[in-house]
Design a protein around this ligand. Structure first.
Ligand code: ZN
Length: 529
């Protein structure tokens, strides 16, 4: 294969896993941010020209830039900047003292926001309530979001700011937990979180920008060159547009606006569809149900530890109406659906939509508990799946405690999705999980081992190559970007990750021992260890 002249960058002496043609190469040449040659070192170097910058990979492995197809970028950034990170809290006492200590560093009266507690990982095995948080600080409003993002705990000061008391009506598609006397306990679920969202001050534009840059830099340190902000409010779409216009996005972002924002009475209008080299705004996000780890995903049977079988957030008619409008306007639709009841609802809605005017496929995010019949329907409708294998590792304990025996064997059935012919985009859903390292996600997809060493639905394991494909081409397919990223092929963006070793030669349980040594976006080194 001959290199084209005047490449401006050559990476050579590497083990190049292309996921394209040829499957394995030794060198890659880049010009103007795009791949112009892939092949043997001599050929690529000879054709590169004298002025090309050369990077000697020293035998390390070059892979396509990783793609986190479903993440919450600004929320990752919020935890990296202003928000209290509670993802490792092991007991109620620890939670209360961490919150109290964080409050000491804030101005008097300022809201204290935290995120990440998981009662299954806490000694008491229960969620914090207003009584716990009043002990931490009775004066300033405190709002803690559970790891799943679908449940919040408020102290009394936050409850009174949001005007939530015994007389408050429960919003449709939500739950206000109440004690025996009907008094709210401080725990809000699903759409009821809108009650507090309305009362909280929104971040300023500059704060949003700092959060986004912090999150994207963090992702680049993990080899993630394309990512998603799944479910943002209109103000944040504007922030991304402005950052893109001034060249402030260090990597490529798929921003998915919400149509329905908790706490806002009417549906959000569709923004302008927009696609540039770095920014894509052409997918709308809906949430059909809640999360498995917090038992709010809508199941066909009750959870083991409660009489509840989860929450559907939309009436069928309303979800269909909002989807139909988006579909007709040419948007891709991505709907969060985890429980089997929610999956049926979404498949019904997608089926009624008919052919897409731009012939693009809609997505189901998470797709946690589909049965064989639902997988067949999803395949027939051309649905793309965006599941998170990393949930097995981080939330497997919740699944084992909460899921009925009949459902555990089909939790996140990625093997069955691939076998059914459904395109699979792997992703982290961070900050719902703490570890958004794609190598950890790949490891979980291949080993199906949870944080306690227990196997979760082991027959749903996939191969390391399939997992790597899911984190690269899978994500590209899920945004319609397969012609410009996802593999190392001539004509695509020169987005790469350099790994310390070859993931395809590593034993699956040791994948996280590999490190990302370098990340490139458009042929520019944007992270180096
Ligand atoms: Zn999510």
């Amino acid at each position: 294969m001959s290199a084209q002249p005047a490449a401006d960058l050559v990476l050579y002496n590497g083990n190049v896993i292309t996921l394209g043609q040829p499957a394995v190469a030794r060198a890659v040449a880049v010009r103007g941010g795009r791949i112009v040659c892939v092949g043997r070192a001599e050929d690529v170097l000879n054709g590169a020209g004298a002025k090309a910058h050369r990077i000697d990979l020293g035998g390390r492995t070059l892979i396509p830039g990783l793609n986190d197809a479903h993440a919450h970028i600004w929320k990752i950034g919020q935890l990296l900047t202003t928000m209290l990170d509670l993802r490792r809290v092991g007991s109620m006492e620890e939670l209360v003292s961490r919150v109290a200590a964080h409050g000491c560093a804030l101005p008097p009266g300022a809201w204290l926001l935290g995120r990440g507690y998981n009662e299954a990982a806490m000694r008491e095995r229960r969620m914090p309530t207003r009584a716990d948080l009043d002990r931490a600080d009775p004066n300033r409003p405190i709002v803690l979001t559970r790891t799943c993002g679908h449940i919040c705990a408020l102290n009394s000061a936050a409850m009174s700011r949001a005007r939530i008391d015994a007389a408050t009506d429960t919003p449709e598609g939500g739950v206000i937990d109440r004690d025996d006397r009907g008094e709210p306990t401080g725990v809000l679920r699903e759409t009821a979180i809108g009650l507090i969202n309305r009362a909280m001050p929104a971040p300023e534009r500059g704060e949003y920008e700092r959060m986004i840059v912090a999150a994207l830099d963090h992702q680049l340190s993990l080899g993630i060159t394309s990512s998603a902000d799944c479910g943002v409010r209109p103000q944040l779409v504007d922030v991304y547009r402005a950052m893109d216009a001034k060249g402030a996005l260090p990597s490529r972002v798929n921003v998915m606006p919400l149509r329905r924002v908790d706490g806002v009475a009417s549906a959000v209008p569709l923004p302008e569809r927009f696609v540039s080299d770095r920014l894509r705004v052409d997918t709308v996000k809906f949430l059909a149900d809640g999360g498995l780890s917090g038992a709010t995903a809508a199941l066909s049977m009750p959870y083991r530890h409660t009489h509840s079988s989860g929450v559907l957030r939309f009436a069928n008619g309303e979800l269909h109406e909002l989807c139909a409008e988006s579909h007709r306007a040419g948007w891709r639709i991505a709907t969060h659906a985890i429980g089997d009841v929610a999956i049926d609802q979404v498949l019904d809605v997608y089926e009624r939509l008919g052919t897409h005017p731009r012939r693009i496929a809609h997505r189901i995010e998470h797709f946690g508990l589909p049965d064989a019949r639902q997988l067949t329907r999803a395949k027939a409708l051309g649905v793309i799946a965006a599941p998170q294998a990393i949930f097995i590792h981080e939330l497997g304990r919740n699944f084992r405690q909460y899921l009925p025996d009949a459902l555990l064997p089909r939790a996140y059935p990625i093997r069955a999705m691939i076998d059914a012919g459904i395109p699979v985009a792997l992703s982290s859903d961070a900050p719902v999980v703490e570890d958004d390292n794609p190598l950890a996600g790949m490891m979980a997809a291949v080993t199906r081992i949870d944080g306690d060493g227990e196997l979760i639905a082991p027959s749903q394991a996939i191969t390391t190559r399939e997992a790597l494909y899911g984190y690269t081409m899978g994500g590209a397919i899920a945004t319609g970007d397969e012609a410009n990223r996802g593999s190392i092929d001539v004509g695509k963006w020169a987005d790469f990750a350099v790994l310390s070793g070859n993931p395809l030669a590593e034993s699956p349980g040791a994948l996280t021992r590999l490190t990302v040594e370098m990340s490139l976006v458009g042929g520019r080194v944007v992270f180096e260890r």
